[in-house]
Design a protein around this ligand. Structure first.
Ligand SMILES: [Fe+2]
Length: 268
């Protein structure tokens, strides 16, 4: 099974560049084309928040159009840049968005269970799940104890070392860890928000943060690091699951890096 994870498109409608420089529409379109042309095609595509940048209606319309071009089923959760009311409409095509409340999902993909959480606190940048949603997660995980499960949320539940992002991370990660710890079939937690691929763990469960599909956050581990973005190569994650190996995550760069060449014995 192959589950693709796109994160943080921060979409602006076609023709408008984010920060006057980042072609977010072109970036998401390239990701969609890349996924549709990949072999094998993923069994599902998950988008882990910051779907658009400024919460504008036209940006959500553009998002909806691009995501509906994906040939694989698409499920999405919001990030701190999103507006739930507009995101709800834009994602209605996925068939799992409720009329009110958190934008979350729990779906099956072959033998896997995919659970998406809504960690958005409207009007704030940090993330919070809250008791009600954690109780919902507990129920969802208890319902299918034999299905290897991925839990998706926008805000990472750990400090990355990138200071300005850590100030706006998930604030109830201990409560999340308590729920995850009760369910040994959770094999992976996958997040967005930090626009870089980062790996950690929560108890025995790997936690991975996906790279931005348009722009990246500047890599700076100094305590007073200034917040910043940079046009490093866009990428997405592919979570491969097999009964033998469990979950194995690959970072896939999007872009033209030349032609692949065979590895000959001369060059080993
Ligand atoms: Fe973001």
């Amino acid at each position: 099974m192959l589950i693709a994870q796109i994160t943080d498109p921060h979409l602006r409608a076609e023709g408008t560049r984010l920060f006057g420089a980042v072609d977010t529409f072109g970036a998401l379109r390239s990701a969609v084309d890349h996924l549709n042309a990949s072999n094998p095609v993923p069994d599902a595509v998950i988008v882990t928040g910051d779907l658009v940048h400024d919460g504008e209606e036209e940006d959500y319309a553009a998002l909806s159009g691009l995501l509906q071009r994906l040939t694989a089923p698409v499920f999405a959760i919001p990030g701190n840049h999103d507006r739930r009311d507009l995101a709800r409409k834009a994602l209605a095509f996925s068939g799992v968005v409720q009329d009110a409340g958190p934008i979350r999902f729990a779906v099956n993909a072959g033998p896997l269970r995919l659970v998406g959480l809504d960690s958005v606190v409207e009007g704030c940048e940090h993330g919070h799940l809250g008791g009600d949603q954690l109780a919902w997660l507990d129920e969802q995980l208890a319902a299918e104890p034999d299905s290897p499960t991925v839990v998706f949320l926008h805000h990472p539940p750990f400090a990355t070392g990138i200071g300005f992002m850590d100030k706006i991370r998930l604030d109830d990660s201990e409560a999340l860890a308590a729920v995850i710890g009760r369910h040994g079939h959770v094999g992976l937690i996958a997040c967005g928000h930090v626009h870089r691929m980062i790996v950690s763990r929560m108890g025995a469960v790997p936690v991975v943060v996906g790279p931005g599909v348009a722009h990246q956050v500047v890599f700076d581990l100094t305590p007073d690091a200034m917040s910043g973005w940079i046009l490093e190569p866009p990428a997405y994650l592919l979570h491969h699951w097999s009964a033998e190996a469990g979950f194995v995550t690959h970072q896939v760069l999007i872009g033209d890096y030349g032609t692949a060449a065979p590895i000959s014995s001369q060059h080993r």
